[in-house]
Design a protein. Structure first.
Length: 269
C-alpha cells in the first residue's frame, strides 16, 4: 500500500492492486475456479489456469482467447510436485512474476458408508483436495515471495466445518485439513507479506452438484437446502468469486488465517 495505514482507503490503489495482479488458479478450467479466473480477467488482471483435465484446459483456452496475452492455461496434476513446480514456473515465466494462488482443485465421490471407503478412494479425495494445496503452495511460494508477497486463497467447504450430506468422510477430512494448512501458512509466511485464507462454500449451483445429485438420485435436495438458509437460496459460483476477489485484494489487507463462510447463513440454524 502506498497510503498510510491511518489514511482513508485509496480506491484507485486498491483497484490497481487487483487489476495489476498475477494469479494462478489451480483447478480453474471448470466450475468455481473458472468463474474466479473470469472475474479476475474482467478486472484486467493476468491469470494462469491449471487443471488435471486436458480437455477442460483446451475448452477454457478457447473460451478465454478474447483476453489475449493476459491469459494462459496449462495442464498439470496439482498433487504431483514436479507438475506443481512446472505450473508455478509457467505462470511466473509467462507474466514475469506471480502474486497470488487460488486453490480450487479437487476430486469428489458420491457418499458411501465410511466402512466401504477403499484406501485408494481416500487417497484420491484427500490428495486432490488437501495434498495438492500443500504441493501447489510449496511450489508457488518462492515465486510469490520473490515478487514481494501476495495472497493464497483455498476453496474449502461447508463440509470441512460440519459434514456433507452428499460426500464422504475423506472429503470432510480433507476440507477440514485445508483450514489447518491455511492457519499455518498465514503464521509462517505473514512476515514475508503473504496472506493465506480459506473459503467454505455450501453446495454450489453448478455442473458438479447437478452430476452428484443425479448420481445419488437426490435431485430435489438442492432446492430443499435453499429453504434451510436464512437468505433463502443456494450458493452460486459468483458468490464465491466475490469473496475470493476480496481476499486477493488490499480490501482484505489485514485478513489472514481466516475461514470465511459463504453459505447464506446455514450454520445459524
Ligand atoms: N460444487 C460444490 O457444491 C462445492 C461446494 C463447496 C466446496 N466446493 C469446492 O470448491 C472447489 C471447486 O469446486 P467446483 O464445483 O468448481 O468443482 P469442479 O469439479 O467443477 O472443478 C474442479 C476442477 O478441479 C480439477 N482437478 C481435480 N483434481 C485435480 C488435480 N489433482 N490437479 C489439478 N486439477 C484437478 C478438475 O479437473 C476440475 O476441473 C473444489 O475444491 C470443491 O471441493 C465445491
Amino acid at each position: 500500500m502506498s497510503t498510510s495505514l491511518h489514511e482513508s482507503l485509496d480506491w484507485k490503489v486498491i483497484g490497481d492492486n487487483l487489476s495489476e495482479s498475477i494469479t494462478l488458479v489451480v483447478g480453474g478450467a471448470r466450475g468455481t475456479g473458472r468463474t474466479i479466473a473470469e472475474n479476475l480477467l474482467k478486472m484486467g488482471a493476468r491469470v494462469a489456469v491449471s487443471d488435471l483435465s486436458a480437455e477442460r484446459i483446451e475448452a477454457v483456452s478457447t473460451e478465454f482467447e478474447c483476453y489475449g496475452p493476459r491469459f494462459t492455461a496449462i495442464v498439470g496434476d496439482a498433487t504431483d510436485s514436479t507438475d506443481a513446480r512446472r505450473v508455478a514456473a509457467h505462470a511466473a515465466d509467462t507474466f514475469t512474476a506471480l502474486h497470488n494462488v487460488v486453490y480450487s482443485a479437487g476430486a469428489y465421490r458420491a457418499q458411501r458408508p465410511t466402512l466401504e471407503v477403499s484406501s485408494d478412494e481416500w487417497d484420491l479425495i484427500v490428495d486432490s483436495n488437501l495434498k495438492g494445496a500443500f504441493v501447489t503452495y510449496q511450489a508457488s511460494l518462492p515465486h510469490i515471495i520473490a515478487a514481494g508477497g501476495g495472497a493464497l486463497v483455498s476453496i474449502s467447504s461447508l463440509a470441512g466445518r460440519t459434514s456433507s450430506p452428499f460426500l464422504g468422510c475423506h472429503y470432510s477430512a480433507a476440507k477440514a485439513g485445508i483450514l489447518g494448512l491455511t492457519r499455518h501458512l498465514a503464521k509462517e509466511f505473514g512476515g514475508q507479506n503473504v496472506r493465506a485464507n480459506s473459503i467454505c462454500p455450501g453446495g454450489i449451483v453448478g455442473t458438479r452438484m447437478t452430476d452428484l445429485l443425479t448420481e445419488l438420485h437426490r435431485e430435489q435436495d438442492l432446492a430443499d437446502l435453499a429453504t434451510q438458509t436464512p437468505l433463502g437460496r443456494n450458493v452460486y459460483e459468483q458468490d464465491v468469486a466475490a469473496v475470493t476477489l476480496f481476499l486477493l485484494s488490499d480490501l482484505s489487507r489485514f485478513v489472514t488465517g481466516a475461514t470465511i463462510d459463504v453459505n447464506g447463513g446455514i450454520l445459524t440454524i
